[in-house]
Design a protein around this ligand. Structure first.
Ligand code: NAD
Length: 284
């Protein structure tokens, strides 16, 4: 049996669906969705992420603008840029790449993005709406991608015991909310959790979002569990690996995501999806 949850292939399918939908909407309205990506400073990883987002837009027929700002940019300058993008009718999604350089208040900047254009799903109001299960929000892209992967592989969520290791605002917490809304029983573990191994071992689905290479060992996985690895860690030899010890865990798991090629490609696909959703809302 093939146990691998192929995020690369699933993301490709989603991108194809979006591309087709963009063409239909272009025909109907004479307009396409638009995404503005803002990068401040020189962080190399951020540059790679931003460029791949712009490339994804080009591939799908989504209009994109990349705004590159120097590391010394002031909060006022950044707020002014966001404000102009909020008012720009050709822009349906705004993304400010995090982390921002020191001295810039990320929360202030993110909450200045019009909530109707917050395609990253980081605006406090959108996160709140996810929590209470409202539809007119944006689900943040990585958690959205995890849920989409489970659904497209027709893996049951409702009634499942799910353990998420990691409680960050961008992965663990919003993912817990989405999974609870899908009727799972969710436990969120973190650095202060007691008896972590015992808890992970109970799980039908384990999600690792810890940021520590190979943190989840095979011995922690229940036989037949589904293992979703959100982690992306670069090892000393330059290769990428997840937060799960893949070789060990795949012996126990019924399904498992590889790194790379698992959750990672889904994040950008869901960003494109959110940009499309935003455009469709303005056209209604
Ligand atoms: P974070 O550093 O904000 O949070 C890590 C979480 O892990 C914290 O809640 C912390 O309590 C928990 N943790 C740390 N040490 C622990 C321990 N010893 N035991 C139990 N819990 C522990 O990280 P994040 O931003 O949520 O990212 C997590 C991982 O996911 C990283 O590897 C990151 O690169 C990756 N990531 C991938 C994507 C993607 O698109 N695939 C997106 C976001 C993050």
């Amino acid at each position: 049996m093939n146990k691998i949850i192929d995020g690369k292939e699933t993301a490709k399918q989603i991108r194809t669906e979006i591309k087709e939908e963009v063409l239909v909407l272009k025909e109907k309205y004479g307009k396409v969705p638009g995404l503005a990506v803002v990068i401040v400073g020189e962080d190399p990883a951020s540059k790679v992420y931003v460029n791949s987002k712009v490339r994804a837009c080009e591939e799908l027929g989504i209009y994109s603008e990349k705004h590159v700002m120097k590391a010394e940019t002031t909060e006022i300058e950044l707020l002014e840029l966001v404000d102009s993008l909020n008012k720009n009718e050709n822009i349906h999604g705004i993304l400010v790449q995090l982390p921002l350089p020191k001295g810039l208040n990320s929360k202030l900047i993110i909450d200045s993005i019009a909530k109707e254009k917050d395609v990253d799903g980081f605006h406090a109001e959108n996160i709140g709406k996810v929590l209470i299960g409202e539809e007119d929000t944006f689900k943040s892209c990585t958690p959205y991608g995890v849920v989409e992967l489970l659904k497209r592989y027709e893996l049951p969520i409702s009634g499942q015991d799910i353990v998420i290791v990691g409680r960050s605002n961008i992965v663990g917490k919003p993912l817990a909310a989405l999974l609870i809304n899908e009727s799972a029983t969710v436990q969120v573990c973190h650095s202060r959790t007691k008896n972590l191994e015992e808890k992970v071992k109970q799980a039908d689905i384990v999600v690792a979002a810890v940021g520590i290479a190979k943190f989840i060992k095979g011995s922690m996985i229940k036989d037949g569990a589904v293992v979703i690895d959100v982690g992306i860690n670069r090892l000393e030899d330059g290769t990428l690996c997840g937060d799960v010890d893949y070789e060990q865990a795949k012996e126990k798991a019924s399904y498992i995501t590889p790194v790379p090629g698992g959750v990672g490609p889904m994040t950008i696909a869901m960003l494109m999806k959110n940009t499309l959703i935003s455009f469709e809302r303005t056209m209604k």
